[in-house]
Design a protein around this ligand. Structure first.
Ligand SMILES: NC(=O)C1=CN([C@@H]2O[C@H](COP(=O)(O)OP(=O)(O)OC[C@H]3O[C@@H](n4cnc5c(N)ncnc54)[C@H](OP(=O)(O)O)[C@@H]3O)[C@@H](O)[C@H]2O)C=CC1
Ligand SMILES: O=C(CO)COP(=O)(O)O
Length: 341
């Protein structure tokens, strides 16, 4: 069945999602800010700022008018950076009321420590809300590389709707009802991708990378469970899956920022050279403060904070991490997990 869908945010991920929706025969409007880029997409069928090498589906309509973009849509995806999320939806409160709205944004709001789904519930209380997250490098999706994602929502109808509009022979969509855990996983893994990029730039070996990814998973799930997430979510695509892809692929912008830092560049230069969003930089500061407040042990977050914010030499921080107090390997026992069910 042909659906009317809107995507707000015509950067890398919004463009990739809009293109799949068109590929699947749905009527799609993509909202973006830049008039010239919108014209180019409508006439040349290429997003020449974010994906100059990939043709877009010719049926994709770009618009710079957000009201027009969402007017007839029953389903709306939001793919703006977390910094711009509330400002994007606030003026559309009336138009978005009662619709199915899915955030694809992997970040946390500064000051409030709110996730995007929580902002949606606050700004548009009548909406049905979901979150799309997983190991989803936009460029690989544009290249039709085989990919899986997770739609998380408490609303079964929304989960089914999103599965039906997005799934195709190169994009598989799994469901999860732990929206909080899925969304937190997507935000947290960006921090560890920066650490992994630094390790890569410093020439560290496979043992080190494996240690980093595994301890990152332990740390992010410990934090998320403390905040109310289901620990099982972290063994899924939106947990360990997304952590692996962003800590291993040079396509990850967070990994690229880490690489630049590891090569001795300043954070400002690293972000400027990227020209796209790397959410992990803001998330680091917010999670460090929150972890300190609620008393969760997060040595990798603290170590990265020491390097990036406190400007401590990376060698000194690595040494103190390695020589830290001895800990157990796995935090959660099977008995404990079963008791949580
Ligand atoms: N890229 C990826 O592989 C994936 C990204 N995500 C998540 O999706 C979110 C968006 O990322 P992504 O698409 O990659 O980012 P990009 O940097 O590629 O694009 C960001 C988009 O948001 C727009 N934008 C930036 N600032 C504002 C603002 N203040 N108001 C309105 N629009 C704004 C940009 O417009 P303009 O071009 O005019 O600056 C652009 O259209 C992030 O949270 C990211 O973590 C999730 C899965 C995969
Ligand atoms: O979230 C992503 C892949 O799942 C994209 O990661 P980056 O934002 O680091 O590019």
């Amino acid at each position: 069945m042909k659906r009317i869908v809107a995507v707000l945010g015509g950067g890398s991920f919004g463009t990739a999602i809009a293109n799949i929706l068109c590929h699947n025969g749905h009527q799609v409007k993509l909202w973006l800010r830049d008039h010239q880029l919108a014209d180019h997409i409508n006439h040349q069928h290429v997003n020449n700022r974010y994906f100059p090498d990939y043709p877009l589906h010719p049926a994709l309509i770009a618009t710079t008018d957000p009201v027009q973009a969402v007017a007839d849509a029953e389903l709306v995806f939001i793919a703006t950076p977390s910094k711009a999320f509330r400002a994007t939806i606030h003026p559309l409160q009336q138009q978005l009321a009662g619709k199915c709205i899915v955030s694809t944004t992997k970040g946390i709001e500064a000051d409030s420590f709110m996730l995007m789904s929580q902002i949606l519930q606050q700004e548009i209380p009548t909406a049905k809300v979901g979150v799309l997250s997983g190991p989803n490098l936009a460029k690989e999706i544009m290249a039709k590389g085989l990919t899986a994602t997770v739609i998380a929502s408490a609303d079964n109808e929304l989960r089914q709707l999103v599965q039906s509009v997005l799934h195709c022979d190169y994009f598989r969509v799994y469901g999860n009802d732990d929206m909080f855990g899925v969304e937190l996983g997507g935000a947290l893994k960006n921090i560890y991708a920066i650490v992994a990029g630094m390790a890569e730039a410093m020439g560290m070996g496979a043992n080190t990378k494996s240690m980093l990814i595994t301890r990152a998973l332990a740390e992010m799930s410990r934090f998320a469970v403390n905040m109310g997430a289901n620990p099982m979510t972290f063994i899924g695509l939106a947990g360990v899956g997304d952590l692996i892809v962003t800590c291993m692929s040079p396509l990850s912008r967070n990994f690229q920022v880490g690489m630049a830092l590891g090569q001795g560049k300043s954070l400002e230069d690293a972000e400027a050279a990227l020209g796209q969003i790397a959410e992990g930089v803001n998330t680091l500061q917010l999670v460090k403060d929150q972890a300190d407040q609620i008393g969760v042990y997060m040595p990798l977050v603290s170590g990265l904070y020491e390097v990036v914010v406190m400007k401590q030499p990376v060698e000194k921080v690595v040494r103190s991490l390695m020589l830290g107090e001895q800990k157990t390997d796995v935090d959660f026992s099977v008995t404990e997990l079963l008791a949580r069910q």
